[in-house]
Ligand binder design. Structure first.
Ligand SMILES: Cc1cc2nc3c(=O)[nH]c(=O)nc-3n(C[C@H](O)[C@H](O)[C@H](O)COP(=O)(O)OP(=O)(O)OC[C@H]3O[C@@H](n4cnc5c(N)ncnc54)[C@H](O)[C@@H]3O)c2cc1C
Length: 471
């Protein structure tokens, strides 16, 4: 029986393994090798004051099908939960404001909503109002950073106070460095084709749906249950670091285990579902061009600090809403707070607790994380006091560090991904997937996993030569 080894048991590796198992037309042995002692990668849950909470990814986009479908397939349909509120706040000039109702990941789509939020100055609102009558954007010939485009049309303040906290929040990056093509592809496609007004393009792309449906979903007991359930169905070896990957006359040899006493294993096909730097290291010998491109993908490091308070200690409680975004131009270090017990059902409410989490760390700001856990907790407490007037002592807290966690999709990212896939595709039986390619969100990671798994399955089922380009 041919053997497929999947390297990495994050959502991508596990989704790929499951896809192979359920759709591969020939019988295969599927083995997932995972370096850490647990599965899930950036999906991980912990107990804080006795309540299960996600300390990595906590929500999946429900407007794409892949995340919800994966949850249903592993028997979590009844446990899907949706936010109690999606009303978010943005900190601006020392006050909390409602996020404007209609934006495209922070790019304003509605002048009245932007004005009502109170976030923007009169001068910015005038730029927004006049933008559709200014000379139109010429159809974009090439990729541009989201920040550069928005600044040209709406001015710097809109980038700093809306786009950076929203778009930058997803990537832990900066809007002026993130690729339009890779991070807001619908807007890029429209502007490439038609050019025109940014405000009008954003308005068209954010038209309210005829039947509103939840934008995000999670799972009761923690979104991380999704990876736990996916892993239950496939053979995963944890604490098994793959160190080298070599080509053999047919198939591959993987060297794994500790540096002192490595072991080797052969495989007919290999699927790498590891972060870019690790994938680069593994491909150095067999796909050097892909390795060089992967090594050039920067990442941002983050920390998630979760705290639990007794509801009775909080007086007026936390500000209304699902959370607070804090632009980098504000004099605070935390970049976002999620008011977990206000956002999701069943987290602390029955226990008389209020849970919240704060995230710290943007691309290029790893220094902010060079502190002891206790210092990070104190920092979050101090900033929570500033933004929400909360002086209470938490009953429990948890600090989760995520080093090099989020790949930065810089201008030209999609071309880079095409070059990586072309180079990987030159080696039959090899595929890559995960957050470094087509999107960092959970549905996008699952989609890239399915594409990679289908390639492997197609190759095992038939032709000797098969690659990304064949699809
Ligand atoms: C703090 C944080 C919050 C986030 N919030 C959200 C959110 O709310 N919603 C959302 O959709 N997305 C969110 N994301 C993004 C999303 O979680 C990730 O992009 C996604 O989970 C990445 O999945 P992956 O399988 O590609 O990689 P990973 O989760 O990084 O998994 C890769 C796995 O490979 C293993 N590995 C690495 N090297 C080796 C090796 N040599 N041998 C064997 N194994 C190896 C690693 O240990 C890891 O388990 C968040 C990310 C972070 C960091």
């Amino acid at each position: 029986m041919p053997r497929v080894v999947v390297v990495g048991a994050g959502i991508a590796g596990l989704a790929a393994a499951r896809r192979l198992r359920s759709t591969c037309p020939v019988d295969v042995e599927i083995l997932v090798l995972e370096a850490s002692s647990r599965v899930g990668g950036k999906l991980r849950r912990e107990q804080v004051a006795g309540c299960w909470v996600d300390v990595g990814a906590e929500a999946m986009l429900a407007r794409r099908p892949e995340g919800l479908a994966a949850a249903r397939e592993v028997g979590l349909a009844e446990d899907l939960i949706y936010p109690l509120t999606t009303a978010a706040l943005v900190r601006s000039r020392g006050a909390n404001h409602r996020l404007p109702g209609r934006t495209l990941i922070g790019v304003p789509a509605d002048l009245a909503a932007a004005a009502e939020s109170g976030i923007l100055s009169q001068a910015s609102l005038e730029l927004l109002r006049d933008e559709p009558s200014r000379s139109p954007i010429r159809p974009l010939a090439q990729d541009i950073s989201v920040g550069e485009l928005v600044e040209q049309r709406f001015g710097a303040e809109v980038v700093d106070r809306l786009v950076d906290p929203l778009l930058g929040g997803v990537y832990a990056g900066r809007a002026r460095e993130l690729s339009l093509d890779a991070t807001i592809p619908v807007l890029a496609a429209r502007l490439r084709e038609l050019g025109g007004s940014l405000l009008e393009a954003a308005a068209t792309l954010t038209r309210p749906a005829a039947t509103p449906s939840p934008v995000f979903a999670s799972v009761r007991g923690g979104l991380s249950r999704l990876v736990e359930e996916l892993a239950a169905d496939v053979e995963v070896r944890t604490s098994t670091t793959v160190r080298e990957l070599h080509r053999r006359a047919t198939g591959f040899r993987l060297v794994y285990g500790s540096a002192d006493s490595p072991a080797a294993m052969d495989a007919d096909a290999v699927l790498l579902a590891t972060p870019a730097a690790k994938t680069a290291a593994l491909l150095r010998e067999i796909a050097p061009a892909a390795a060089a491109e992967l090594a050039a993908i920067d990442t941002a490091s983050m920390a998630i600090i979760t705290m639990a308070f007794r509801a009775s200690d909080l007086g007026d409680g936390l500000p209304d809403g699902s959370g607070l975004l804090i632009p980098a131009v504000e004099p605070l270090e935390v970049k976002a707070m999620t008011f977990t017990s206000q956002k999701w059902p069943g987290i602390g409410q029955d226990e008389g607790l209020v849970l919240m989490r704060a995230s710290l760390g943007r691309a290029g700001e790893a220094m902010a994380l060079q502190r002891e856990d206790a210092e990070l907790v104190s920092l979050v407490r101090a900033e929570l006091a500033t933004v929400a007037g909360v002086a209470a002592e938490p009953v429990d807290s948890h600090v989760q560090r995520w080093g090099g966690a989020l790949p930065q999709y810089r201008v030209g990212h999609l071309d880079r991904v095409r070059r990586i896939r072309a180079a990987v595709g030159d080696t039959s039986g090899l595929a890559v997937c995960g957050a470094s390619y087509d999107g960092v969100g959970i549905p996008a990671c699952i989609a890239s996993a399915h594409t990679a798994a289908d390639l492997i399955a197609g190759g095992l089922a038939g032709s000797a030569q098969w690659k990304y380009g064949d699809r």
